[in-house]
Design a binder for this molecule. Structure first.
Ligand SMILES: CC(C)C[C@H](NC(=O)[C@@H](N)Cc1ccccc1)C(=O)O
Length: 732
């Protein structure tokens, strides 16, 4: 707890807060507030898409676009919150009012997810979907307003609690603040999906979205209460009028004035903002210059967020094509995202207490802008890692037919080996109940196939761009059956399973999670999606049953064949055969850890530093505005994801990753040049200088005024004397 700060700096204490180890106690309430708020935000966000999809019954496209619109809105509203805070209510009141709005929004979301409210027929599904949609949209709007509105204020308000001489403590505060963000988000992204998976309801049991939204709502109320409890200890900087309006007017005037004096006859000024000097205060002009300098530096930054925010989309999709078995633990694709906050919680302390001090000791001046540049490069490396992983995954993915091709698999439903001849292929022998290992690809729309001995010939039509299976019947002279097979890898790590019944009687197949229905003789079921893990199928034929168990990985597709020779009994394990239509994911999810490591190390260097940089380089009356500017780069970054992904439309995912990495390296190069020319400032010192000059000017003016007054008084008194004399003279 030693304080080795610049002794020249002012030591005045801010607020009435006690100090613990040189830190104002008030920041404890601020970091706890942030922890609860981030829990609330990320907890709700974790289940939002699933709520859209499974509760509101929206399709994937609508669910994804509303989700991204919501996230973008959350990073656009900080501007609104910052303007209100810096120019009207002050940060403290803005945080209180917007937190109330935020909590109302979260409660609205929780209520909108209670299906019983409109489930009049008690069948478990809401009967008035409009009510749920409208309430949840109002809720999301309020949440976006609340979370975005308070975001720049809370960070800046925390920074305000430190005196000018507490630079080191303030830097540590921003690191701890970041840890709280990630502690809260880590816990909630683990907890709310568990809550969602519970069944709840009054009349009927459904997935418990109301609880998954209700707990974040409760945490938001806790955040509000904690923040209010600390009220007496905060340093509350007064808002300084409608600063944004003044800034806009001042910039507008400078531009107009510059244009009016564009002719060469007018002497040039050092900075174009100096053209506002005729009308505006020099301090305001200096403050605007500081803000503009930082905002200019922000221009390349959205590209970092463009890569960073793909963790939640592209990388999660990548994880769905990977194997999530970690020993006995199974990691779901969306759970991989929790690697980010876990790494943040370990990397921030390591960076702060080991890496940065070590770099300092080596005599290197690792300035904030250098850190941010390195952070960008690390994010680019993360995307190169993602591309390498993608190349590995692509090697294991099935080759689906192009639009001009057809693919065919063969399944021998008979009890004897058959030989099959197809154009362009060697004769194929299939034993009883056996399927071909692979799909055969054909360019032609029709092919001649001959089966068995004596040969039975058939011309079969193939569907372009499709995968099909030819079911060769028990008696090959019977009608041949063609099935339409799955032509994409099952999503979200699911497995697509179907059954072919080769028996002469109908068979019913079921598992607790799905029912394949009654499968007629020599017929097949539709696909059912099944999660990974061990599954036991129960097969029923009349009153007879038997069980068949098997283990599933992630993203596979199987056709199970029930042969005509199946004997029902306690166990039909040996009789049923499985044809692997799509192999399970084989590239392990652990291979994503390097890319998560690099992006998170990049985040620590870029985001934690940027947060503090935005605070320290902002003039006192525009701290929240610059925080909002910083968050605005996140919103732009999210829009770039949509634009680049839409425009580039690269056929290979790994190429898209390389494209993003290259774009970031290019942007990083530009940023490093801009950063090279940036000179760090101490806004408080500059402002103090201006105030001193103004005071000195005032003193001068006062002196001049006093002198003038004295002279005037002298003159007046002479005049009076004269007049008195005159009077006297007259009177006398
Ligand atoms: C983008 C924000 C400015 C930064 C910050 N986000 C984080 O710190 C993320 N590491 C949190 C996270 C948690 C779980 C999954 C993905 C990301 C914030 O939210 O303020």
């Amino acid at each position: 707890c030693t304080d080795k700060e610049d002794p020249k700096k002012g030591k005045e204490k801010r607020g009435t807060s006690k100090e613990v180890c040189g830190y104002p106690l008030s920041i404890f309430f601020i970091v706890v507030n942030e922890f609860c708020e981030r829990f609330s935000y990320y907890g709700m966000r974790a289940v939002l898409v699933l709520y859209f999809k499974y509760f509101l019954r929206w399709d994937d496209d609508l669910a994804t676009s509303i989700y991204h619109t919501f996230v973008a809105l959350c990073y656009l509203t900080p501007i609104l919150g910052a303007i209100v805070a810096d120019s009207w209510l002050g940060k403290f009141k803005t945080i209180i009012y917007l937190s109330i709005v935020y909590a109302i929004g979260q409660v609205a979301m929780a209520v909108s997810a209670i299906h019983d409210i409109t489930d009049t027929d008690r069948d478990g599904t809401p009967d008035n979907m409009t009510f749920h949609v409208v309430l949840s949209m109002v809720g999301l709007f309020l949440i976006a307003l609340g979370t975005g509105g308070i975001k720049p204020c809370v960070a800046a308000f925390g920074g305000d609690q430190f005196s000018d001489h507490q630079d080191r403590q303030r830097r540590t505060f921003f690191s701890v603040f970041y840890l709280c963000i990630n502690g809260g988000s880590l816990l909630s992204t683990i907890i709310t999906p568990i809550l969602r998976a519970q069944d709840c309801g009054i009349h009927s049991q459904q997935k418990c979205y109301s609880l998954a939204f209700g707990v974040p709502a409760a945490l938001m109320l806790v955040a509000l209460v904690v923040f209010i409890v600390g009220s007496g200890m905060y340093y509350k900087a007064e808002p300084q009028g409608n600063i944004m309006l003044d800034v806009c007017k001042c910039i507008g005037f400078a531009i107009k004035n510059r244009y009016r004096h564009r002719s060469n006859q007018y002497p040039k000024r050092q900075h174009w903002m100096d053209w506002a000097e005729e009308k505006y205060d020099k301090l305001l002009i200096a403050q605007i210059k500081m803000v503009l300098k930082v905002l200019f530096l922000y221009i390349p930054l959205p590209m970092f967020w463009t890569l960073f925010d793909q963790k939640g989309s592209r990388w999660t999709l990548q994880a769905t094509t990977m194997n999530g078995y970690f020993g006995s633990l199974v990691i779901q694709p969306d759970q991989m995202q929790t690697v980010n906050p876990i790494l943040i919680l370990t990397l921030v302390p390591i960076m702060d207490s080991v890496i940065y001090p070590l770099i300092n000791k080596c005599g290197l001046n690792f300035t904030p802008l250098k850190r941010m540049t390195v952070g960008m490069l690390l994010a680019a490396i993360a995307f190169v890692c993602a591309a390498l992983v993608q190349i590995e995954i692509d090697k294991t993915l099935p080759t689906f037919p192009s639009t001009s091709q057809s693919q065919l698999k063969l399944l021998n439903m008979g009890s004897e080996t058959v030989t099959i001849k197809m154009p362009g292929n060697d004769p194929l022998n299939l034993t009883a109940a056996q399927a071909s290992n692979e799909y055969f690809t054909f360019e032609a729309g029709q092919i001649n196939i001959s089966v068995g001995h004596p040969e039975v010939r058939n011309t079969i039509s193939l569907a372009k761009g499709q995968r099909q299976t030819l079911l060769i019947p028990l008696t090959i002279t019977d009608e041949w059956l063609m099935t339409d097979d799955i032509t994409s890898k099952p999503q979200e790590g699911n497995n697509a399973i179907r059954f072919v019944n080769g028996m002469k009687t109908a068979v019913n197949v079921s598992i607790p999670a799905a029912n394949f229905g009654l499968i007629e003789p020599f017929s097949y079921s539709n696909y059912s999606l099944i999660k990974n893990g061990k599954v036991t199928f129960t097969l029923w034929s009349g009153s007879q049953s038997c069980e068949y168990s098997t283990d599933f990985g992630f993203g596979s597709s199987y056709t199970f064949f029930i042969p005509s020779t199946l004997v029902f009994g306690p166990n039909c394990q040996e009789s049923i055969t499985a044809a692997e239509d799509i192999k399970p994911n084989s590239v392990h999810m652990a291979l994503q850890i390097p890319q998560y490591f690099f992006i998170t190390a990049g985040e620590v260097m870029f985001s934690v530093t940027g947060l503090e940089f935005s605070y320290s380089q902002a003039p006192s009356n525009m701290k929240a505005v610059l925080q909002a500017g910083w968050l605005f780069t996140v919103a732009i970054g999210n829009f770039i994801v949509l634009i680049v992904a839409e425009l580039a439309k690269l056929p290979k995912q790994w190429a898209e990753y390389v494209l993003f990495a290259s774009l970031l390296v290019a942007v990083c190069f530009i940023f490093s040049i801009m950063a090279y020319f940036y000179t760090y400032i101490d806004p408080a010192e500059i402002e103090a200088q201006f105030k001193k000059n103004v005071n000195e000017d005032d003193e001068d003016n006062k002196h001049k005024l006093q002198k003038t007054e004295v002279e005037m008084n002298k003159r007046d008194s002479i005049k009076c004397h004269d007049e008195d004399d005159k009077d006297k003279q007259t009177k006398m």
